[in-house]
Design a protein around this ligand. Structure first.
Ligand SMILES: *Cc1c(COP(=O)(O)O)cnc(C)c1O
Length: 363
């Protein structure tokens, strides 16, 4: 599905230099590389502040913690997504409330959100699934003051109305897991926001609750920091992110051209004013599993994001019990399939993949 070594080779000289540079300086946790990356990421997103943390899951967990989420609170999120978003809610002692997604956009349905709000709703977490920004104007309007935290783990560089993912709500949470659009060489994450006090609380919580100095522990926090090697890797890669996202977009164009009109196949919809980061290229078809077998027989990778909606994942059933049916998320989970997409994917490979999809569909 992705080739991370190919990308390293394209950067080798610069990458080796920045990584070795960190070893020469000898500051391995936070330090100047981390400060510089935070500044550059905040500028890139167009917000005032950023804080590097240990993972995308921790970005979400610490942001909820910094907002005072705890037992008795509800946090609303979309049912189609990755388990990490729900875990971050559960780990703060709050109850996740899963709502259905929009059938075209695949992200949180603002009307479903409005029906799910209760006096206990403390935070709302839309997920910019597959790289497509959620309908943030409608979500922010429905939220009317309740903090909206973007799970932007799929959406580095995506824009909505000219603003970047991460700058569309109260705060944005990024993962730099290696396979993400902006990936580290290990685990890493970040929180970005215009609310500098919120980012400062995230920073303190991830640094054992430290105030001005290391042993001035104001609150019982935890250890969740960005390390300098990952920060150096991310600084270099951030400079290439737009060009890589452009390559993804071109490959999506190839897929669209080759798959146009294929019977029984739904292609992703990209609305006016919205620019997806194209983390994943996801199509839908009724016989999804048959299609995957056909592709596998032709040595073509595919995957499913995500096969079980979060309200039906066993770990969540144990915690929140059976909720009502969420028909759109449940249907999508049966029909979606992700085709190979990464910046270094040769266009002729995308053509071959599309050709096999058409063959399977009898087109
Ligand atoms: C990857 C991911 C996360 C978690 O990020 P980690 O860095 O792996 O902890 C959260 N939400 C979504 C949607 C993701 O894809």
């Amino acid at each position: 599905m992705v080739d991370l070594v190919e990308q390293y080779r394209s950067l080798r000289e610069d990458m080796d230099r920045v990584v070795l540079g960190v070893l020469e300086v000898g500051r391995f946790v936070r330090g100047p590389e981390c400060d510089a990356f935070e500044r550059e990421l905040a500028d890139y997103c167009g917000v005032r502040a950023a804080c590097g943390v240990a993972s995308g899951t921790d970005a979400l967990r610490l942001t909820l913690w910094a907002l005072g989420v705890g037992p008795g609170d509800e946090v609303v999120t979309a049912a189609l997504g990755f388990i990490a978003t729900a875990e971050a809610i559960v780990q703060n002692g709050a109850r996740p409330v899963f709502v259905d997604v929009d059938p075209e956009r695949y992200t949180m349905d603002p009307q479903a959100l409005s029906r799910a709000l209760t006096p206990r709703t403390k935070v709302i977490i839309p997920v910019h699934l597959y790289g497509q920004p959620a309908d943030m104007a409608a979500i922010n309007a429905v939220a009317s003051g309740i903090p909206v935290i973007e799970d932007a783990a799929h959406a580095h560089g995506a824009t909505l109305g000219g603003r970047r993912a991460g700058a569309l709500g109260t705060a944005g949470c990024f993962s730099f897991y290696p396979g993400k659009n902006l990936g580290a060489y290990g685990d890493a994450g970040a929180v970005v926001s215009d609310d500098e006090a919120l980012v400062a609380r995230v920073r303190a919580l991830g640094h054992h609750g430290a105030g001005a100095d290391k042993y001035d522990n104001r609150i019982a926090g935890t250890n969740s920091r960005l390390d300098a090697l990952q920060a150096a890797v991310l600084r270099l890669k951030l400079r290439h992110l737009d060009e890589w996202n452009d390559r993804r977009r071109e490959l999506v164009g190839v897929y669209r051209e080759e798959l146009a009109g294929a019977p029984g196949l739904a292609l992703p919809v990209e609305e006016e004013g919205l620019r997806s980061a194209w983390h994943l290229f996801v199509v839908r078809t009724a016989n999804r599993d048959g299609l995957r077998e056909h592709l596998a027989a032709h040595r073509i990778a595919s995957s499913i994001h995500y096969p079980v909606p979060l309200h039906l994942v066993p770990a969540m059933l144990d915690i929140v019990g059976r909720s009502g049916a969420l028909p759109v998320a449940e249907r999508l989970a049966r029909e979606v399939v992700s085709l190979p997409l990464y910046p270094e994917l040769p266009p002729e490979t995308a053509r071959r993949v599309a050709g096999e999809v058409r063959t399977f569909l009898g087109a």
